[in-house]
Design a protein around this ligand. Structure first.
Ligand code: ADP
Ligand code: F6P
Length: 323
């Protein structure tokens, strides 16, 4: 394998707290090993259009604690077109880039796979608040996002208790219930609704609220993942079937912002550094990921073929603890 001396780094898809720490780790590790490193602005869009400049160790100062991504990100639907991928590689070569690090989610990894197959060694780093990448126990941004969401739910609980109301809180996660599940356990929710569950209205939603009413509880928190589809009006159904006044809150993009937690900063640093160590040796076409608290790497195609499964133990736990 031919060693690589010049690499590029970009962030893609939805931003996530900790992406900056990953970019910093990529740049600093590359400089540590005497490599050249180029930062690419606006994800794949910037790669195609040449929004590229060389970075030194000092250019990533003061970003480890910042949310969002200083490189900015973009959705670039044209990247599914093979000619656009080939153009991106030509542009990258014109800047001397021999290998790439892509920080993003599942969609970004599909682009990374195509880049690799077309001859640009690329390493993917799981960066999304959703924690929905099958090959990794963890994705950058998840810890910060669930903490942000849990703090908001704590506030909603105050007002919910004061009025003896039910509050349905919708959290992000695309098709995954991981954010919802963790927030539900962390906030002591009465019920959690996630796309991966076999949903039974009476058993999974109405009964837990009625049980709470019988025990004279003062608040009822329902955490709903955005990917969970309810056939009808959830708020009205709860009110009609339990008699408890209900409000709905969608937490939205606030979950994506804020200074990254220590966990997100540390994991991002580890993943960013490992990505560069692989490229340095000429190794591409891999995703660096977390398994049982250890950093490892896996072939991109193999990783993309893995199926993301729900944590049944967490779902069971949320039910046990909400009686
Ligand atoms: P995430 O990476 O967080 O899953 P997206 O699904 O929006 O976010 O994907 C980010 C970007 O990755 C897209 O805007 C597009 O440029 C690229 N991408 C997504 N899907 C593919 C695909 N099937 N092939 C090539 N590139 C893709
Ligand atoms: O993938 C991260 C995420 O925040 C998802 O949880 C959510 O479904 C989506 O991105 C929102 O995307 P956008 O920022 O384009 O509205």
């Amino acid at each position: 394998m031919q060693k690589i001396n010049t690499i590029g780094v970009l962030t893609s898809g939805g931003d996530a707290p900790g992406m900056n720490a990953a970019v910093r780790a990529v740049v600093r590790t590359a400089k540590y090993y005497g490599m050249r490193v180029m930062t690419i602005n606006k994800g794949y869009l910037g790669l195609v259009n040449g929004y590229i400049k060389e970075a030194g160790a000092g250019d990533v100062s003061d970003i480890i604690n910042r949310g969002g991504t200083v490189l900015q990100t973009a959705r670039c639907p044209e990247f599914k077109d093979i000619d656009v991928i080939r153009k991106a590689i030509t542009v990258a070569h014109s800047y001397g880039i021999e290998g790439l690090v892509v920080v993003g989610g599942d969609g970004s990894f599909r682009g990374a796979k195509d880049l690799s197959l077309e001859g640009m060694p690329t390493i993917g780093i799981p960066g999304t608040i959703d924690n929905d990448i099958a090959c990794s126990d963890y994705t950058i941004g998840f810890d910060t996002a669930v903490n942000t969401a849990a703090q908001s739910v704590d506030k909603l609980r105050d007002t919910s208790s004061s009025h003896r109301r039910c509050n349905v809180v919708e959290v992000m996660g695309r098709n995954s219930g991981m954010i919802a599940l963790n927030v539900a356990i962390a906030t002591g929710a009465e019920a959690v609704l996630i796309p991966e569950m076999d949903f039974d209205l009476e058993k999974d939603l109405i009964k837990p609220i009625k049980d709470g009413v019988n025990r004279n509880k003062s608040h009822f928190i329902i955490i709903k993942a955005e990917g969970f589809n309810f056939d009808g009006d959830l708020e009205k159904t709860i009110e009609e079937q339990t008699g408890v006044e209900t409000r709905t809150t969608k937490l939205g993009h606030v979950q994506r912002g804020g200074s990254p937690s220590v966990k997100d900063r540390v994991v991002s640093s580890q993943l960013g550094s490992r990505a560069v160590e692989l490229l340095k040796e000429g190794i591409g076409n891999r995703i660096v990921a977390v398994k049982n608290d250890k950093i490892y790497d896996i072939d991109i195609v193999e990783a993309l073929n893995m199926k993301n499964t729900v944590r049944q133990d967490m779902l069971d736990l949320s039910k046990v603890l909400s009686i």
